[in-house]
Design a protein around this ligand. Structure first.
Ligand code: ZN
Length: 136
């Protein structure tokens, strides 16, 4: 089994933002030469996350961020963390810091409407995404 690991930067522009990174992950998969296996996309930050969701209708991203912010508001009595970004830490844990996608015939084996997103919850910041491709 071959393993290829790469990383790339993402510059976010607002406090809460979902950045479509599908094409960047696909490029790394293509360049790896691995045609069958899987890819792990990992976020090495505690106030950001990785998720897979619809990338056709941008309103889906809006509604996901709206829902997360309603469930986990920025200001809430009871938060103790002194940095003031407890909502971002909670969102990071709920959404999760990685996703795994199957690679079939050199391509991400996605459903029609799926894409992979870097989720910023405490931006704007310069972030990093780690991608590991494994297979034959
Ligand atoms: Zn913090």
């Amino acid at each position: 089994m071959k393993i290829v690991e790469k990383d790339f930067g993402v510059s976010t522009k607002s406090r809460n933002q979902m950045v479509d990174i599908t094409s960047r992950v696909h490029s790394i998969v293509s360049e790896s030469g691995i045609s069958d296996g899987d890819v792990i996309v990992f976020c090495p930050h505690t106030t950001a996350a990785i998720t897979i969701n619809e990338n056709a209708d941008r309103d889906v991203v809006h509604d996901v961020l709206l829902t997360l912010s309603e469930l986990m508001p920025e200001h809430r009595s009871g938060y103790r963390h002194s940095e003031g970004n407890s909502d971002a830490h909670c969102k990071s844990s709920l959404v999760g810091c990685s996703e795994q996608v199957i690679i079939k015939n050199g391509k991400l084996n996605f459903g029609t409407w799926q894409g992979i997103f870097f989720c910023e919850f405490d931006g704007p910041r310069s972030r990093r995404v780690v991608v590991q491709v494994r297979g034959e």
